[in-house]
Design a protein around this ligand. Structure first.
Ligand SMILES: Cc1cc2nc3c(=O)[nH]c(=O)nc-3n(C[C@H](O)[C@H](O)[C@H](O)COP(=O)(O)OP(=O)(O)OC[C@H]3O[C@@H](n4cnc5c(N)ncnc54)[C@H](O)[C@@H]3O)c2cc1C
Length: 472
């Protein structure tokens, strides 16, 4: 019998599966898509184009986590993006996006007293997940930079653009993520997501993980445990290509599906106590995103305009504006040939990211949907023309993805790209108390989201499983 079934091959699922396999457990990984990686994925298009979906930047901590849990070769390919730019009505600046440079910018450009800046960074460094700090990010900013909403924008916009976090969420979620980035700057995996996932897949196979693609877990099966609590006994899977249904018995399940999908869809309703179910249903999902993918024609090049460019025409930072259907906030990730030195020709691509709400896209008719996608493409071009006036002539592939795309690809409720808000963490952690042998790892609460957060959460959860499941 399989010891552990991992549902989903996002970074938390992959890392959890690898950890358990290395610890000697018999692990089967089930993924509904034909590709592994979840949101850490890439796709190819005609004329030699390749695009990364979520390779925009992660903190330095990835090097340590990857070295420890995936090996030196993966860790050694992580390299820094040194040119991060901000362009908005309040300020324009260029930074290496680390503590030293932000300290300089805050003091010299924003005129913040040095003492405030040092105290702010000192406070962030001391923030601890286990402290019961109820302050919001707004309150945190107000105490260090009273009334300086331009400073708040500099500090929050680069985080919020990705995960949709607002000023009114727990300061701890912002503080931990921001200080992770501030420790040494922003990094990506050189070689691209395709190479990373290829390497991870090989490591999983070498460690004996059985990988089942194109199969969706429809239900987590349970039997009654000794203490009358439901206990995991297997999963029911469906082949997404031919509809065939089968069951795999197991001793434990690590679900990398969204925590709300896990509780509200994968478990039989009778297995979930009413109050826990309600808590899950009341958990807020994070926002989703739109992206515009542009491929530069083979043989063409573009000038260096920065690696990551945060642009917005909003007069002030405003979380509502940031996720509005007609937001002016757009972040350009520029991929130069150094991103994929192994590619058969020097490859350039630009990906525009726009934070969006699923509900604004869900209700569109097919015609409106196509028109809105076209608008996004047009606005992305218009924004880029300020840096590269002849960008339209250089691009020979362009397409847009939306929250609907994210939902279809991952099956996550509302196409959430960073799981749930902070309260989802409690549901995720308490899951094994509700159903013996059922664990969750994946994006929840910002801290456990993003590339670094999910890899680390995969390890934390896998370690819990290893501690509770005797080896056969
Ligand atoms: C557009 C975009 C840009 C991003 N940019 C960044 C970035 O620059 N830096 C960063 O750190 N993070 C970024 N993120 C977030 C980051 O990609 C995610 O937080 C992280 O990859 C999520 O990992 P995960 O383990 O939670 O699983 P996911 O990647 O969400 O994957 C879950 C997997 O489970 C599978 N699955 C779900 N249900 C089932 C089922 N029932 N049966 C079988 N399989 C199932 C799905 O198909 C999927 O493969 C971005 C996200 C998006 C959408």
């Amino acid at each position: 019998m399989v010891d552990v079934i991992v549902i989903g091959s996002g970074l938390a699922g992959l890392t959890g599966a690898n950890y358990l396999a290395k610890a000697g457990y018999k692990v089967t990984l089930v993924e509904h898509h034909y590709q592994l990686g979840g949101l850490a994925t890439s796709f190819k298009r005609p004329n030699g184009h390749i695009f990364d979906v979520s390779l925009h930047g992660f903190p330095y901590g990835m090097i340590k986590s990857c070295r420890k849990y995936w090996g030196k070769e993966i860790a050694d390919a992580i390299h820094q993006l040194k040119d991060v730019r901000f362009i908005n009505p309040e300020f324009e600046l260029q930074t290496t996006f680390d503590k030293e440079d932000f300290t300089r910018i805050l003091i010299e450009k924003f005129g913040v007293p040095a003492d405030n800046v040092h105290r702010f960074f000192g406070h962030l460094a001391s923030m601890n997940y286990y402290d019961d700090d109820k302050r919001t990010t707004r309150e945190l900013f107000e105490s260090f930079f009273p009334g300086r909403t331009d400073v708040w924008r500099l500090l929050l916009e680069p985080i919020a653009y990705a995960n949709g976090s607002t000023l009114d969420e727990p300061a701890i979620t912002y503080g931990i993520v921001f200080s992770n980035f501030m420790s040494r700057g922003v990094y990506i995996f050189q070689g691209g997501t395709d190479l990373l996932i290829q390497k991870m897949t090989q490591i999983l196979k070498d460690n004996g993980v059985q990988i089942i693609r194109n199969h969706r877990v429809e239900k987590i099966l349970t039997s009654c445990g000794n203490d009358k609590k439901p206990a995991v006994c297997g999963v029911r899977i469906k082949n997404v290509r031919n509809g065939e249904v089968s069951e795999i018995p197991c001793r434990a399940v690590l679900s990398n599906a969204n925590i709300r999908n896990t509780v509200e869809e994968l478990l039989e309703p009778g297995n979930v106590p009413a109050d826990f179910l309600r808590q899950s249903q009341e958990t807020r999902l994070n926002s989703s995103s739109c992206q515009v993918y542009m491929g530069i024609r083979k043989g063409e090049s573009i000038p260096h305009i920065g690696d990551l460019i945060f642009t917005s025409a909003a007069p002030k930072f405003d979380s509502g504006e940031l996720t509005d259907l007609h937001t002016t906030s757009r972040t350009y990730s520029v991929y130069y040939p150094e991103t994929r030195p192994q590619w058969p020709f020097p490859h350039y691509a630009i990906v525009t990211s726009i934070n969006q709400k699923f509900e604004n896209w869900e209700k569109l008719s097919d015609e409106q949907y196509q028109a809105e996608k076209q608008r996004l493409i047009e606005e992305s071009f218009a924004g880029l023309e300020k840096f590269i006036p002849d960008i339209r002539e250089k691009v020979d592939w362009v397409e847009a993805a939306t929250p609907r795309t994210v939902k279809r690809y991952t099956t996550h409720m509302a196409g959430t790209s960073f799981g749930t808000k902070f309260e989802g963490l409690d549901i995720s952690v308490r899951l094994p108390e509700i159903v013996s042998g059922l664990y969750h790892a994946g994006s929840v609460g910002i801290i456990m989201s993003g590339w670094l957060g999910t890899i680390n959460y995969g390890v934390i959860t896998a370690n819990k499983i290893a501690l509770s499941l005797p080896r056969n």
